[in-house]
Design a protein around this ligand. Structure first.
Ligand SMILES: [Zn+2]
Length: 654
């Protein structure tokens, strides 16, 4: 192993690819089958320089803060900008009107070059072209992380028309950064702090957080129409989770973390220290710090960032639990029992006497690797609309069951314990989840699915759903639509290929009249509440998962006897409660002055003043659609709860 790492560090300094451009394209076409060492050798994985966390982390020792091995998968179409198939960097500053020259792709050196033809490496940190290439490289890697079979196992779509996410590294002056669907962009601002300029595009945590919004918006675009604070909070959670997981996935950083831990992986303490260090070093970017908390549902306000910390904390408990479990392997060489999450460090006296099986680096690797599957793969099971923490927790548990039905280490039990501790699950949920049951049940359907046609055609998927309205809780007269249809090829432990999943999402809008003074200027208007479900099939048509957000309307025709009648009654009850909660949250948001129209700047980018909830006219002026504004918290604003006084209400650019 040592030999190999020496060789690879030599490769870093001089590109030793001896493949012709034609051969490279031929290899690229088969790159999924090639090992990464070979891809590096053949120039199919190119190294770029980025900051690990933020230029302000380890400011005194900038060398250790630079990652010169951010490996980006090569594509035939790399171009100036950088521009690649899914991203385009556009360095336009809306405040100054300046358009910075782009980094230039140089085919012969297979690298991006600066304006004077210089290399873009650690000697070019102060150039805007370094910023452009660095933010692009981080995003390429983040996209690869999500598309990996250990995550979603499929290409990630954007939530807008077009295939390139525009990235603006120096969008203007301000403590801000955001993802914006309307302008199809991620925008990064810069600001002054103690005499130095802080560029948010250089902070990998911020870049990854914003990218988390873009990914979630891509895979569940209807979430942004939810008025449930938990859906907005889930978006924030995804941002923070992306920042944490991408940090831990970074091989070089993991090695550094393990070194910081002094060669002894002291279970939870190490992660805790790491979290603290990062929190202190980048005041105001408290991704990891905020992850280490004990917050439970009910402890926090409905402000989305506050609320998100409950779920971020829960998943950090899971990560810590995995770390403890694997560290026990290392010390005792056995895998007994489940990890008790969040119980803090235990003993450690025996560490000196026993032979280690896993090094701290391996423990980090194993925990981060499993976490990617445990936390990201369940996203495919989520309902298409209005996700809650409870939904996600259920999806995480179900996904664990599907991936690991026998689960000798009882990860399932560990997950349930964490969600119960955070009050995301109730005791009743736990009783239900722990009932002895079969892995799969036959879903009661009038017409079974023909997977060959269903998986290949939205029209066929629609027919299947329409034939089964009564069984799938879709009101008979309501027009519904196929929100998405795709297949995913995921991998489980030991990189084993899991059965192909076919994911079908359907949704419809239930009309809701806004009537009463609590709706302010929207009194008398009509809006809609989204309802729908997600079905996940395997190749044989077995339903692996069905998650549903019902409406308040009954089926509208006679329903078959027995279970189906019961199912409809429960659904209508749940839908009626959803409708009441929907109206209540809307009234609350209107009362808090959070609802308004987005004002766009003359330059076409999103305005600096954007309400939390944007009201769009839908057709004529009597119909309104409400949607969440995309956003980010930066700096100390995060520590405050949402202002009740009206202060800053319109100032925060979300
Ligand atoms: Zn955010």
């Amino acid at each position: 192993m040592k030999k190999r790492s020496k060789a690879s560090s030599k490769r870093r300094t001089s590109l030793t690819a001896h493949v012709s451009p034609g051969t490279r394209v031929a290899l690229y076409a088969r790159s999924a089958l090639l090992p990464s060492e070979f891809k590096e050798e053949a120039g199919l994985l190119l190294p770029f320089t980025t900051y690990f966390q933020d230029p302000f982390v380890g400011k005194n020792d900038p060398e250790t803060n630079l990652n010169e091995e951010t490996k980006v998968p090569w594509e035939p179409g790399f171009a100036d900008g950088p521009t690649s198939s899914r991203f385009a960097i556009v360095d336009y500053n809306a405040d100054t009107g300046a358009l910075e020259p782009p980094a230039v792709w140089n085919e012969s050196s297979q690298a991006f070059l600066g304006v004077k033809g210089q290399k873009i490496d650690k000697d070019a940190l102060d150039t805007f072209q370094f910023h452009q290439v660095s933010v692009w490289a981080l995003l390429q890697c983040a996209l690869a992380f999500y598309e990996d079979p250990s995550a979603l196992g499929r290409p990630i779509p954007w939530a807008f028309e077009g295939n390139r996410l525009i990235v603006v590294p120096h969008a203007g002056f301000g403590e801000n950064a955001f993802y914006d669907r309307d302008s199809k962009s991620l925008q990064f601002y810069y600001f002054d702090s103690e005499g130095e300029t802080v560029y948010t595009c250089l902070s990998s945590d911020i870049v990854h957080h914003e990218f988390g919004h873009a990914v979630l918006d891509g895979v569940r675009p209807l979430f942004n129409e939810s008025s449930d604070p938990q859906t907005g909070a889930f978006h924030e959670f995804m941002g923070d989770l992306s920042a944490i997981l991408l940090t831990l996935k970074n091989r070089t950083l993991r090695q550094q973390l393990a070194k910081t831990a002094g060669g002894v992986f002291t279970k939870a303490t190490t992660l805790f220290q790491v979290a603290e260090q990062f929190g202190q070093a980048v005041d105001g970017h408290p991704y990891l710090r905020s992850a280490f908390n004990d917050k439970k549902m009910g402890d926090v306000s409905n402000e989305v960032h506050d609320l998100s910390e409950v779920m971020t904390g829960a998943m950090f408990d899971v990560l810590t639990g995995l770390g403890e479990l694997y560290d026990d392997d290392a010390e005792e060489g056995s895998g007994t029992g489940a990890a008790a999450a969040g119980d803090g460090p235990r003993g450690g006296k025996k560490a000196d006497k026993t032979v280690r099986k896993k090094s701290p680096v391996q423990v980090f690797y194993a925990a981060a690797d499993r976490m990617q599957r445990m936390a990201i793969q369940p996203l495919d099971l989520l309902p298409p609309v209005e996700v809650t923490f409870h939904d996600y927790a259920l999806a995480v548990c179900r996904s664990q069951r599907l991936a690991d039905p026998l689960d000798p280490r009882d990860y399932y039990g560990m997950l349930i314990k964490v969600f119960l501790k955070r009050k995301i699950f109730t005791a009743a949920d736990v009783a239900e989840l722990k009932k002895p049951t079969y892995l799969n049940d036959r879903l009661d359907l009038a017409v079974g699915p023909h997977m060959d046609s269903l998986s290949r055609s939205r029209a066929a998927a629609y027919r299947f759903l329409d034939d089964n309205r009564e069984y799938l809780l879709i009101p008979a007269s309501r027009d519904f639509f196929v929100a998405d249809l795709y297949e995913a090829r995921k991998r489980g432990r030991q990189n084993l290929i899991m059965p192909r999943q076919i994911v079908l999402q359907y949704a419809w809008r239930e009309e809701v009249e806004l009537s009463g003074a609590q709706f302010g200027k929207y009194d008398g208007k009509t809006t809609s509440m989204l309802c729908g479900g997600t079905l996940v099939f395997d190749d044989n048509g077995t339903v692996l998962s069905w998650m549903m957000k019902p409406g308040s309307e009954p089926y509208g025709r006679p329903v078959g006897r027995g279970k189906r009648t019961e199912r409809w009654a429960t659904a209508v009850q749940e839908g009626t409660a959803r409708r009441a909660a929907f109206l209540q949250s809307l009234a609350d948001q209107i009362a808090a002055g959070e609802v308004g129209v987005a004002l766009e700047t003359a330059k076409g980018f999103m305005a600096a003043s954007v309400p939390l909830v944007i009201a769009d006219e839908d057709g004529d002026g009597d119909r309104i659609r409400f949607r969440l504004a995309p956003h980010l918290h930066l700096s100390k604003d995060h520590q405050r709860t949402r202002p009740q006084t009206g202060e800053r209400k319109w100032e925060i650019s979300f």
